[in-house]
Design a protein around this ligand. Structure first.
Ligand SMILES: Nc1ncnc2c1ncn2[C@@H]1O[C@H](COP(=O)(O)OP(=O)(O)O)[C@@H](O)[C@H]1O
Ligand SMILES: [Mg+2]
Length: 322
């Protein structure tokens, strides 16, 4: 098992299923160690298939997948799978097992003794905010959809994997809990030090959670980039369509000032407002509205960026937006 978060690299990966469906077509991109990559694409675009190539549930017809530069084909598939935390699309909990037994699956398979398994289960359930004392004995049918998804996440992290593959892990959650889980997931994986590939069909979720977003369309990679690049520099019309409906909301709520500063023209004069780089565009407009100011500067890593005019922010918000 890798003892650190690995880099994941897909190189020229194509896969045609035996029934003739071309699920993937020449996909090349990599996920740097310790980062979160969101995979986005319509239903049937090949997202789940990409995850299955990483843990060798499927094999590419051409191309290869590497962890830290080593092809996964060289790894023992059983050892490989136990070293990767995987949340499959429908959760995949064993219905007749208690939550705790589900969470302890991989530690047991890895040969941990009972005491170690119990400790890992309790700690994983704590981390996923589904406390063992309260929920450990319940079967999946005695839990809500959101609680089941927490158990599935606890199971994926129980053996402390450094690579997590999450296939629409929050699909069953209502929006408020969903957004809470997104924040928790991000904090959790940054604390554990994991590389994460997260499949989602929710662009706002991708913006909220991911360091980089890979857009997949009919088996092909359309674009990969940071949320800022995806929002402001779509590679083509197909990439632009991913964000078109929510373009304004995504730009306002999720783009950090530190990241958009490079896309704003600086102006002359003093900034009337100073804002930390972690803040969003919405925060900046709110601060200007409160004070009636026209300009602001951004403080980021000891540097002062700008000043920028409010009008430039509006131009940025509207750029290319439908
Ligand atoms: N085991 C399989 N055999 C044949 N076709 C499959 C299989 N699994 C997926 N497919 C097809 O491959 C395409 C990609 O599927 P999938 O990776 O599950 O897409 P996504 O997760 O993006 O919805 C779809 O057309 C799907 O119907
Ligand atoms: Mg899928």
């Amino acid at each position: 098992m890798p003892d650190h978060a690995p880099e994941v690299a897909f190189t020229g990966v194509s896969l045609r299923y035996p029934n003739g469906v071309q699920a993937l077509d020449g996909v090349t991109f990599s996920v740097p160690a310790g980062t979160i990559c969101a995979l986005m694409g319509g239903s049937g675009s090949g997202k789940t298939t990409l995850l299955k190539l990483v843990n060798r549930v499927e094999h590419p017809c051409t191309g290869q997948v590497c962890l830290d530069g080593r092809p996964v084909d060289n790894a023992d598939p059983v050892v490989l799978r136990r070293s990767i935390g995987y949340v499959i699309q429908e959760g995949g909990l064993f219905p007749h097992w208690s939550a705790a037994r589900n969470v302890g699956l991989v530690p047991r398979l890895l040969g941990c003794d009972q005491r170690t398994t119990d400790e890992l289960v309790i700690s994983a359930m704590d981390l996923a905010r589904i406390p063992h004392a309260e929920f450990g004995r319940r079967r999946p049918d005695q839990l809500s959809g959101g609680q089941r998804q927490r158990v599935a996440i606890a199971r994926a992290i129980a053996a402390r994997p450094r690579l997590l593959l999450l296939d629409e892990p929050f699909g069953a959650l209502d929006p408020a809990i969903r957004s809470e889980m997104q924040d928790e997931l991000r904090a959790l994986v940054k604390r554990l030090g994991c590389t994460v590939i997260l499949v989602t069909h929710d662009i706002a979720e991708a913006f909220a959670v991911a360091d980089r977003i890979a857009l997949i369309d009919r088996g092909r990679l359309v674009q990969i980039g940071s949320p800022v690049e995806i929002a402001l520099r779509p590679s083509d019309a197909v990439a632009a369509a991913f964000t078109a409906k929510q373009a304004l909301e995504l730009r306002l709520r999720y783009l950090r000032l530190a990241d958009v500063a490079a896309h704003l023209p600086a102006c002359a004069g003093d900034g009337t407002e100073e804002l930390p780089g972690e803040r969003t565009i919405a925060d900046a407009l709110g601060a200007l509205a409160r004070t009636g100011g026209e300009r602001f500067t951004v403080l980021h890593q000891g540097r002062r960026l700008g000043p920028f005019e409010r009008r430039a922010v509006w131009d940025l918000l509207q750029r290319g937006a439908a």
